[in-house]
Ligand binder design. Sequence first.
Ligand SMILES: [Zn+2]
Length: 133
Amino acid sequence: MSVSDRRGEKAAHRKRSARAGRNAEMDCKEFIRLIPNWLDGKLDGKRGAKFLDHMNTCKDCREELHIQFLVREGTARLESGGSFNLDKELSEKVTAYKKKLKRKHTENVIIYWMEAIAGAAIIFILILVFILM
Ligand SMILES: [Zn+2]
């Protein structure tokens, strides 16, 4: 990556950080604050999606997440004496999380349509009753 590319990325990043807070995108401060929650699997729904978005677009925060994961899991693992490949585990964790969010989204879409269809059916029945009476 060239120097000007990096500068462009940094500037874009600053812009993102400045814009965030008005609910649209997550800023670095919030991302870092939420890392422990995410590692505990406590982040869900919209916030989880924003967390992933930020992870995808912000290299600094990816590194921060990486470090926190290593410190946390590494300490636990050293105590239990097992062998480990934490880099791989983190990327697996991210992948699993993406799948989980996607599944949630699909469920919501299905529920939405089922409700819409049920609503349409009720209206249809009401119209039928009205016509037949
Ligand atoms: Zn960031």
